[in-house]
Design a protein. Sequence first.
Length: 181
Amino acid sequence: MKQIWPPPPLGLGTPLNLALGKAWKPSLGMAVATGFLLPPIILLADRLLFAGVSMERVRAFVAQPLTAKLQIVATAGIVEELVFRVIISTLVAWIVWLVTKHQTAAIWTGIAVAAVAFGLAHVANLANVPHPYLRAITLNGIAGLALGWLYWRRGLEWAWLAHLIADATMYLLLPAILLGK
């Protein structure tokens, strides 16, 4: 069967193909490390650049019922990875590749555009803070770049797993440690 999406010249392959075709243990390690490291990096960047207002969002999330928190953590990563990596990142990369024929530049352009879009999609989480657009694009852009790189180098499943772990760490594990909840 001929591969149609993602476009073959980008080297992305199909997610299952990438997951099984490459050594899965290093991929698992990268996904787990990315998932656990992103939240503290984002919170540190938030603290240094934006006076730590992200903890407001974490506190609001913690106040929700456990079932709602689990549902959000379980589904957000899947939906967001499909939209921002599979659709936006891949589509932009394909268009850039068609124009330039430079694979790496096309991939990184797609990742960067998707990271900015990922940030913009999260503006509403804390819309009433100073510089909400800059904050969302910067902080969520960090995650968008890391998850985009993981999607490119290892495949969609590993980006999903990293996103799930990052959300679980940010909204379930860290609040339990930092806020005692």
